[in-house]
Design a protein around this ligand. Structure first.
Ligand code: HEC
Ligand code: HEC
Ligand code: HEC
Length: 231
């Protein structure tokens, strides 16, 4: 038996893979492809839907989320007069594909690692990392102009005549692109984390502080500002 007369296992496998099949008709192979594709699509959808329930986020998977859940239930987004509410994923997971799957995959791997390391398994450990976690969320929301908030709150459809003077004035900063929702509205669904003492030197700042730090005259109408400058 010479080595050349018997091709290697890999070579034989490749040849088999690329040669037309005598046993399977093209139709059967296509059908198999369709069935597998359908299964994968439905499986992904079911997985995404199931892993996106408040129960899954708030209790089953993210052990740290159990600390946030009671706060959420007391917030306007979790419990209110009309019962229209926002779930964890409404705010935290991108709504469009493929961003949604990328987010799920990234968060999934990161969360599983964190679960196993137990880095946020107790209330104390969670509180210690809360500021950092919140900053991840703020960074994402500042980067996408608070896209998730805007899926429900569309500034084009809100009735400014029913909003407070303060709100109308502040929202001009959004319309003019000077600030996004999360710059002003933090801690909307659960308690806002407290900035740790040693975070001062880091470049991380609470969005609300940025927005509030703007000098007051900014908010005044142009005419008022001009007259103030004259005097
Ligand atoms: C799934 C839809 C949904 C999403 C997403 C959502 N909201 Fe809301 N939001 C609501 C509803 C519904 C209410 C009204 C609750 C009520 O009736 O008091 C509300 C209320 C508010 C209020 C008034 C709060 C109060 O105490 O009265 C603010 C401010 C607000 N949302 C900002 C935000 C911001 C900022 C985001 C993004 C981080 C966001 N919302 C994401 C649905 C949503
Ligand atoms: C520059 C700061 C600022 C920005 C940016 C901003 N808001 Fe506001 N928003 C306010 C203030 C201030 C109020 C009034 C709060 C009050 O009256 O208690 C308010 C009120 C609201 C309310 C409650 C309105 C009501 O009548 O109860 C909602 C909802 C809201 N904002 C959503 C948003 C959303 C969504 C965005 C982004 C599209 C946004 N805001 C951007 C400052 C801001
Ligand atoms: C209305 C939008 C909204 C909803 C609903 C929401 N979150 Fe958040 N979440 C945020 C924002 C914004 C932050 C960043 C910190 C802040 O501003 O409160 C955040 C931060 C967090 C953090 C980081 C730690 C912290 O407290 O800042 C965790 C964990 C978290 N959310 C889990 C959840 C879970 C679990 C649910 C559902 C039970 C949920 N969130 C529902 C908007 C939301």
């Amino acid at each position: 038996m010479s080595p050349t007369s018997q091709p290697g296992l890999l070579r034989r496998f490749l040849r088999w893979l690329f040669s037309p099949s005598a046993k399977w008709s093209v139709f059967a192979l296509l059908l198999l492809g369709v069935v597998l594709g359908f299964g994968a699509t439905v499986g992904t959808q079911v997985g995404v839907a199931w892993s996106g329930t408040n129960e899954f986020c708030g209790t089953a998977c993210h052990s740290h989320a159990q600390f946030v859940y009671p706060e959420y239930q007391k917030s306007a987004h979790g419990h209110n007069r009309t019962g229209v509410h926002a779930g964890c994923t409404d705010c935290h997971v991108p709504h469009s594909y493929p961003e949604k799957l990328i987010y799920k995959a990234r968060a999934g791997v990161r969360d599983v690692i964190a679960e196993f390391q137990g880095t946020i398994s107790t209330k104390e450990k969670f509180e210690a990392r809360r500021w950092e976690l919140a900053n991840h969320v703020w960074d994402d929301m500042r980067a996408n102009n608070s896209a998730n908030c805007r899926t429900c709150h569309n500034p084009e459809t809100w009735d400014t005549s029913k909003q407070s003077e303060d709100a109308v004035k502040s929202h001009k900063k959004f319309t003019s692109g000077k600030a996004t929702c999360i710059d002003c509205h933090t801690g909307m669904a659960h308690a806002e984390p407290v900035e740790p003492e040693d975070a001062g030197k880091a470049d991380k700042t609470k969005p609300a502080d940025d927005a509030k730090a703007e000098p007051k005259p900014e908010a005044k109408p142009a005419g008022e500002e001009a007259s103030a400058a004259k005097s």
